[in-house]
Ligand binder design. Structure first.
Ligand code: ZN
Ligand code: ZN
Ligand code: FE
Length: 773
């Protein structure tokens, strides 16, 4: 038991004292909460005790009423940086005459309902120490404290204590041990506490795993290689990155070629905020995200003439940027180039590499050298990606720094624990129990065996950390989804299928606390519809239990089915063929080269035979088709490329005519015909692209108005992967607001498929509750 004698109260008269029990819930363990309370109790002359309890922390304080009030104000008003207080319950009791303030050891079996903290970027105190030549942690790449450092990625089991983390193999030296046990030290109970004497160390090795000889330590050497234009695999917090100098075009081109990633924009890590400002426009909201403990990649508007190799984000007006979030990154960026490409270290379709052997085997043909270390990563966790639109931040990928912090949802009394397994692309799953939804790290596409094995491991891990054992399992309606098969293999009382876009709507409703019915405007890539067609431009009306489809984009064909996603010309042929017929297809001729001509011909024969040619009404495929028509993107090498490039290319223009049929079909021909004519007449394609974007917004608004007329609802939820575009979110929101709607967007889960698991779980839970499963 740690004790500190309390300062005698200013009024020792027992009758004027009170004793108060304070129960605090939220993320309050492993974040320096107990030393903080210990310190402020002493400052306010209070006695009593604190311990980590099952639900958070329990405090009892005794002292003068005004001192306790001041203590409580500081407790809730100025908690440690990583603490998140969600509940405070107080009870006043008879004083018992405590003489000291104690930190009582944790009770066994505690912390099941307390949250395991997320990984946090290096705090300013630790930064100072790393940069101070007289500090014992000068240049130490694994410096951390209770306010920062690895958490989720090193925790193997709970309670969150050092022996249950990958730091178990590093016994603390006497000096680290002293810090760890001193309640007034910043490293009191900092589980990953370490120093150069006792902690992990970095090494630089070549592709064969042999040490690279040279002057200086591993980081200095790696920095030198990067300055020379080489590619270095860097072991970070949640996995390996592939790094190279972001201002060196030859290095960037080599990385792209070796990783076989021709176009997909690469994320950049910049030395500091000043460096970011030389590359991009940084709004106050974006600055806050960049410098937050989560330190995500933030999508920013690129400045013209930014000092960056053109191959980093080819053809785009946006760049994903992050700041160094571990001491190792800080040192590397300080000594190496001021901007590094930092792309995830995984061959496409495969999970992130987390250990050295795996990285050498799988990335050895890409990296020239590897900067590694001996602190094991227990579970892979990709970087998070965020965007800001109209001053509001939202997730494109919710992962490192946010997982496993729960998302609050409304309670369904008596409902069992639920798992939503997510979809097959950009997968994340979600565990829901009571008022807590815990969403997994980004697990990517489910195409490969390795990805699915990684998924199962991540599920076991999160079930262990949260103690949420799912009784219901929910999954997508798509009969061919791998995630559906994984769901079916899991033991559960009931397996419940949820339509893809209903899950999108439900996720947006749940995180905005909408309990009744709402309109869902879901602009998406592909999702399996209840009629077997591919949906994705949906105006729905519904609640968590069910939905009706009020309006949607008129169907086209998708020759080649979902494989056509890689070839936007096929989507274009399907769109033109379905709505303008052979006449339209013939008109396309002058816009095509030989290869394009062949692709369109092949698509035509698929359409004639109706083989491998499903019906599709999706915003994603509509963007693909128009992007191909305008000659912006005719080969798609990453998901959403055609739409992103179209967005970057467009200037503003007014909408083409939008028309809706009696039955709620948004017609294509009325806007496609004049659009095609404009292209054939050689009008400025940037303007045509802009007019198309406005058309999409107008169609969405028309659909929403129909939904309001039919249902009387005025709350609209915006969801679906197409809303990853900051421009489209803002434009649609403004348009709907001017039409008198209340508009809700995603704030805590991504609008794309990374967010559907939450919706699946919420729908399954409600259906179970209302007995309709
Ligand atoms: Zn720190
Ligand atoms: Zn030490
Ligand atoms: Fe989707």
């Amino acid at each position: 038991m740690v004790q500190l004698a309390g300062r005698p109260s200013s009024n020792p008269d027992r009758s004027r004292l009170i004793r108060r029990e304070i129960l605090i819930g939220g993320t309050v363990q492993g974040v320096g909460f107990r030393p903080f309370v210990f310190r402020i109790a002493a400052e306010h002359g209070l006695t009593g005790w604190i311990f980590n309890s099952e639900r958070g922390v329990t405090i009892e304080v005794e002292g003068a009423p005004d001192h306790i009030a001041a203590f409580q104000a500081e407790l809730t008003g100025n908690p440690p940086p990583l603490a998140v207080i969600t509940t405070v319950r107080t009870t006043d009791l008879e004083p018992v005459g405590y003489t000291s303030f104690d930190i009582v050891p944790s009770r066994s079996g505690e912390t099941r309902t307390a949250n395991v903290p997320s990984d946090a970027a290096t705090c300013s105190d630790c930064r100072r120490e790393i940069m101070a030549p007289d500090d014992r942690r000068f240049r130490y790449p694994f410096t951390n404290c209770t306010n920062c450092g690895p958490r989720f990625t090193i925790v193997q089991d709970i309670p969150y204590d050092r022996p249950q983390t990958t730091m178990a193999g590093f016994p603390m030296c006497p000096e680290c041990g002293r810090e760890y046990h001193d309640p007034l030290d910043r490293r009191f109970h900092a589980q990953p506490n370490a120093c150069p004497v006792c902690g992990p160390a970095a090494r630089l090795v070549d592709r064969a795993g042999k040490p690279v000889p040279g002057p200086g330590d591993a980081i200095t050497q790696a920095a030198q290689l990067l300055r020379w234009g080489m590619i270095v695999g860097v072991k970070g917090l949640g996995g390996f990155h592939l790094a190279c100098d972001a201002s060196n075009q030859a290095a960037v081109a080599a990385l792209r070629e070796r990783k076989r990633r021709p176009h997909r924009p690469l994320a950049v890590m910049a030395r500091d905020l000043q460096t970011v400002r030389r590359l991009c426009r940084v709004s106050p909201e974006a600055e806050q995200l960049l410098t937050s403990p989560a330190a995500p990649i933030v999508l920013l508007e690129l400045l013209p003439g930014a000092p960056l190799a053109p191959g980093v984000a080819p053809g785009l007006d946006q760049l994903g940027v992050m700041l160094p979030y571990t001491p190792l990154h800080l040192l590397l960026l300080n000594e190496g180039p001021e901007t590094l490409v930092m792309t995830s270290g995984n061959p496409s379709g495969l999970p992130l590499s987390i250990d050295e052997d795996d990285a050498l085997a799988r990335l050895g043909h890409i990296a020239d050298a590897f900067l590694i270390h001996n602190r094991p990563i227990h579970i892979p966790c990709d970087d998070s990606v965020m965007a800001v639109s109209g001053g509001a931040p939202y997730f494109l990928r919710r992962s490192r720094g946010y997982v496993p912090a729960p998302v609050p949802v409304a309670k369904e009394p008596g409902s069992p624990a639920v798992l939503g397994v997510g979809g097959d692309m950009k997968n994340a799953f979600c565990l829901v129990k009571g008022e807590k939804a815990v969403i997994s790290q980004h697990l990517g596409d489910m195409e490969t065996e390795e990805a699915r094995a990684n998924w199962k491991r991540a599920l076991d891990h999160l079930i262990r950390l949260t103690g949420i054992e799912p009784v219901l399992v929910s999954y997508d309606l798509h009969p061919g989804y791998h995630s559906g098969r994984l769901a079916a293999d899991l033991p559960a009382e009931r397996h419940i299928q949820v339509q893809h876009h209903h899950a999108h709507l439900a996720a947006c409703m749940a995180e905005n606390g909408l309990a009744g019915r709402a309109i869902g405007l879901v602009l998406d890539g592909t999702g399996y519809g209840t009629d077997g067609a591919i949906w994705g431009f949906e105006i729905l009306a519904g609640d968590l239990a069910g939905f009706e489809r009020v309006a949607h984009l008129a169907y086209s064909y998708l020759p080649g089915s979902e494989a056509a996603i890689r070839h936007p010309l096929q989507a274009m042929a399907g769109l033109v063929g379905a709505h303008l017929g052979d006449v339209g297809l013939v008109q396309l001729e002058p816009l095509l080269d030989r290869e394009g001509h062949q692709q369109v011909e092949a698509a035509r024969s698929l359409m004639r035979s109706r083989i491998n040619c499903p019906q599709v009404g999706s915003a994603g495929r509509l963007f693909d088709a128009i992007s191909a028509l305008l000659g912006i993107c005719r080969r798609q090498t990453y998901e959403g490329q055609a739409a992103i490039e179209l967005g970057s290319f467009a200037m503003t223009g007014r909408a083409y005519p939008v028309v809706m049929t009696e039955g709620g079909e948004l017609a294509v021909a009325p806007f496609l015909r004049p659009l095609l004519q404009d292209v054939l007449r050689g009008f400025d394609r940037r303007l045509v692209a802009g007019r198309f974007l406005s058309t999409v917004v107008e169609m969405a608004a028309l659909g929403a108005r129909r939904a309001r007329e039919i249902t009387g609802l005025a709350d609209v939820c915006l969801s679906g992967g197409t809303f990853q575009s900051p421009w489209l979110v803002r434009a649609t929101e403004e348009r709907l607001l001017s039409d008198g709607f209340r508009v809700f967007r995603h704030r805590t889960v991504p609008p794309g498929d990374g967010g559907i698991a939450l919706g699946q779980a919420m729908v399954a839970r409600r259906r179970w509750q209302s007995g309709c499963v």
